[in-house]
Design a protein around this ligand. Structure first.
Ligand SMILES: Nc1nc2c(ncn2[C@@H]2O[C@H](COP(=O)(O)OP(=O)(O)O)[C@@H](O)[C@H]2O)c(=O)[nH]1
Ligand SMILES: [Mg+2]
Length: 266
């Protein structure tokens, strides 16, 4: 895939070339759009983000919002969730990557990334693990200092959530924190959203790994770390489907042969 920088989603008209830029990522339903709405985010037409939008997974679009955080103007990038390794999720990752590459060509880079994680999810499964790996490959170790890992969907008196948060801190997110990523808890309030985003706003912009690979190194999507992981995952999926199809075909053939033998005996 060549880095064709087609016109991307419009930045709100209120944006200034010096506004800090923050991307909000995470699985579908983690609370990305809610987080942006909580900060008063509006798109170029003045619309709020579509919270709980079940069409999100169909649109696969990244959307820019403008917000004012303690009188500081910021640009927020709302992204679809890269939830599994189907072909369309590869498209989601591509869409995010291409938008970041596009703004980089216009001399703009991210000041920060907010990675939201729904702590009420029963367990950190294979999907969450894949998601996290892809996120790290997209960002790269050097930009992890510009990342905040945020737990959302906190419910009162749920001890398991604390256990899960502990597990994230000591296990799954440990590596990222060693590279400077922060961990925060979002209670769903505006105050909490402001507290989480505030330190990122004053950070120096960073060139995330995928942008360096696509633009500075001129790599094709397939040759980037994320692109390679996606191709491997898709190849595995295709292999599995092929095997399943072969098993079904052989089963049908067996039935057919059995029927033919029975018909012959009658
Ligand atoms: N309890 C709780 N619900 C939340 C929280 N954040 C989002 N939601 C709800 O979760 C659903 C999905 O949120 P949304 O912002 O659309 O998630 P997105 O897919 O990541 O953009 C919506 O019904 C939200 O109201 C949170 O921190 N706590
Ligand atoms: Mg959303």
């Amino acid at each position: 895939m060549a880095v064709l920088l087609l016109p991307g989603p419009t930045l709100p008209t209120t944006s200034s070339p010096t506004d800090p830029i923050i991307a909000v990522v995470g699985a579908t339903g983690a609370g990305k759009s809610s987080f942006i709405e909580m900060l008063g985010g509006r798109d170029a037409s003045g619309n709020k983000p579509g919270v709980g939008h079940n069409l999100e997974s169909c649109t696969r679009n990244v959307t820019w919002y403008h917000a004012s955080v303690d009188a500081q103007s910021v640009q927020l990038l709302d992204t679809p969730g890269f939830d599994d390794t189907t072909l369309s999720d590869s498209e989601v990752l591509e869409a995010i990557s291409l938008e970041l590459a596009r703004i980089y060509k216009g001399s703009r880079s991210l000041n920060g990334l907010i990675y939201l994680y729904d702590v009420s999810r029963p367990r950190f499964g294979g999907q969450s693990s894949k998601n996290l790996m892809l996120f790290q490959q997209l960002v790269g170790d050097e930009s992890l200092k510009n990342v905040v890992l945020v737990t959302t969907h906190w419910k009162q008196s749920d001890a398991q959530q604390l256990e899960r948060q502990d597990e994230l801190k000591t296990k799954y997110w440990k590596r990222m924190t060693l590279y400077g990523a922060r961990i925060e808890k979002h209670d769903g309030s505006k105050k909490s959203a402001v507290r989480i985003i505030q330190p990122l706003i004053s950070m120096s912009p960073t060139v995330v790994k995928i942008v360096d690979e696509l633009v500075d190194q001129g790599l094709q999507w397939e040759d980037t770390a994320v692109g390679r992981s996606m191709s491997e995952a898709i190849a595995q999926l295709q292999k599995k489907m092929k095997e399943e199809l072969a098993a079904v075909t052989s089963y049908l053939q067996e039935i057919e042969e059995k029927r033919a033998t029975e018909a012959h005996q009658e």
